[in-house]
Each structure stands twice: as structure tokens, then as C-alpha cells.
Design a protein around this ligand. Structure first.
Ligand SMILES: [Fe+2]
Length: 309
């Protein structure tokens, strides 16, 4: 897989090991009813409303006030996923890369989260929208007014998993945006892949692509390890079962569980993702298949293998 050089500089010099994109900025999920959606995401995940307008609500961590999800009214599935460029230079560089690759992009800074300076959107080969965002890096945030409570859980962004029958094609497309392969499984006697874990920054993956009927399989959020178990205890209090988990994934070495919203969207909650560095070489997965999904043994239910949006 060709690696495209993306020099990333900051005030102190060249920083190559972190990559051009800071990571998943936020992910917009479609829900048929905004009010029911906001209520579910507040009660189940403890997210708070940062801003709500016509047909869209931006949901933030109750601790930092950072927007991690947007809910877009109408249907179900992925509306768009947004990745934040680390610097204005990176944002411009990605625009040039897209021009050189003859990939069309729309600019849509008004159609994304509060505080956006600029944004461009491309259509992935799967038909999903991916946004590159230029926005201030709010390293230390502050809670949304009146929303912080003792014991509130800080929820951060993590990754998403897409399905397509052309894993190689989508991997190469995302390479233009600076994504690199961390771990992969090649299909036997084929140029195609069963799975690609791609990263745009120094953590193991921000987009996973599996072979299968086109769609988004899950959208993942991250919490600290102690908060991960607290989140599961919270599910028991409100009597909402996880679809699968808790498990420990081999790729990324995270704790994980999955839960569906009332509209069929699948959320994954994980603990912190493994740090590998942007210069990590692509590595073939070498363990038994069951070990990748859950190092503790129990494997996903049928719904995990057959249902996604
Ligand atoms: Fe995942």
C-alpha cells in the first residue's frame, strides 16, 4: 500500500509520528426523530446538548464540552464523519491532494459543528460523506453550562467501521487523505482484503473496513477504563442490555461493548486505543480469527454479523 508523505509541522518543528489529522473530530448519525434521539443519547451515554438547530443536535462530553456526536434528523445510519486537520497547512495540503487525485470536494463550514473555521467534504466510494475540518484545538475544554454533575463520564471520539466488498479500493481512496494501514487480513488467493485497520494519527485505527454489504457497521466512542466499567453498570441500572461484550479486542487492545440505539444504529464504547505512532508499518494479522474480536473468548451474536445500516 503506497504511503503518501504528509509532513506535519508545529511551532517546535516537524512532527511526523502523529500524522496530519488529529483524529475523529465528531460523527453525525441519522435518527428519524431528533427529540427521541437526543433523549436516548443523554440517558444512555450521558452526552449533553451543546447546540441544537433545525434538524441537527450536537452532543458533547459532559466533562469537556467537546462535541463527539451529531444527530441529524431523518432516517438512520451515517450522515458524515469528521476528521480535524492539525493545522491550517495540513487542511490546505489535503485540499491539494484531493485536486491532484481528481477527487471532488464540497466546502461546507456552515454545515458542521460549532467553532468550525473551514470544512471540506468528500464522498467515499461507499457513498458516505467524510469531512476534513479546520477548527481550533480546544485542548482543555469546559463543560456545557449547567450540565456537569459529579461522576460525569468524559466521552471522547474513537473510530468507525465501514463495510464494502472493495476493501482495497476504499483503503486506497482514504490513502489520499493520509490514512495508513495498521493491521490487515488479505483474502486468500486475492488482491482483496478481508479487513483493513486504518489510522490517520498515532493511534491504531480510526477507520476499520471489513468486507461485506456496503454500510456503516458501528460508530465508536472512547472512555477511560474505569469509566468503561461504570458505563456497563449504568446499563444495568437503566436495564438496557449491551448487544455484545464486554470484550477485549486484539487490534487496538481496547475493552469494548456494543449497544444499538432505538433506530438500529450500533454504538461501540471502548477504553483507550493502543498508541502505535503514525510511522507504524502495515502488519498482517497473525492470530486465530476468534482472538482478534475477543481475546477473552466469547464471540459476537448473529446480529453483529448480519445487521448494520
Ligand atoms: Fe470498532
Amino acid at each position: 500500500m503506497p504511503h503518501i508523505e504528509h509532513p506535519v509541522t508545529d511551532d517546535s518543528g516537524t512532527v511526523r509520528w502523529k500524522g496530519p489529522l488529529a483524529g475523529t473530530d465528531h460523527t453525525a448519525i441519522r435518527v428519524p426523530d431528533l427529540q427521541i434521539g437526543v433523549q436516548w443519547y443523554r440517558e444512555l451515554l450521558g452526552l449533553v446538548v451543546k447546540e441544537q438547530g433545525a434538524g441537527r443536535a450536537y452532543l458533547a462530553s459532559p466533562v469537556t464540552g467537546h462535541v463527539v456526536l451529531a444527530l441529524s434528523e431523518g432516517g438512520a445510519g451515517l450522515d458524515y464523519v469528521s476528521f480535524r486537520a492539525r493545522t491550517p497547512e495540513v487542511f490546505e495540503m489535503i485540499g491539494r491532494r484531493l485536486d491532484e487525485a481528481r477527487i471532488g470536494a464540497d466546502t461546507a463550514p456552515s454545515a458542521t459543528r460549532p467553532d468550525a473555521v473551514d470544512a471540506l467534504r468528500v464522498q467515499l466510494p461507499t457513498g458516505h460523506a467524510l469531512e476534513v475540518l479546520l477548527a481550533p484545538d480546544a485542548a482543555v475544554g469546559s463543560p456545557v453550562e449547567g450540565e456537569y454533575r459529579p461522576g460525569s463520564i468524559d466521552v471522547r471520539t474513537s473510530h468507525l467501521q465501514l463495510r464494502t466488498t472493495d476493501v482495497r479500493g476504499l483503503t486506497e481512496f482514504l490513502g489520499v487523505l493520509g490514512f495508513r494501514s495498521s493491521t490487515f487480513v488479505q483474502l486468500p488467493n486475492s488482491e482483496q482484503f478481508f479487513i483493513q485497520f486504518l489510522r490517520a494519527n498515532e493511534f491504531h485505527h480510526q477507520i476499520a473496513i471489513l468486507t461485506g454489504t456496503e454500510g456503516v457497521h458501528h460508530i465508536a466512542l472512547e472512555v477511560d477504563e474505569v469509566a468503561f466499567w461504570a458505563m456497563l453498570d449504568h446499563l444495568s441500572v437503566v436495564k438496557r442490555p449491551a448487544e455484545y461484550g464486554p470484550v477485549r479486542h486484539h487490534e487496538g487492545n481496547m475493552l469494548s461493548f456494543y449497544i444499538r440505539d432505538p433506530f438500529g444504529n450500533r454504538l461501540e464504547l471502548t477504553s483507550s486505543m493502543e498508541l502505535v505512532g503514525f510511522d507504524h508499518p502495515p502488519t498482517p494479522a497473525s492470530h486465530e480469527p476468534w482472538f482478534h474480536m475477543n481475546m477473552w473468548g466469547p464471540q459476537p451474536p448473529e446480529s453483529w454479523e448480519t445487521e448494520w445500516m
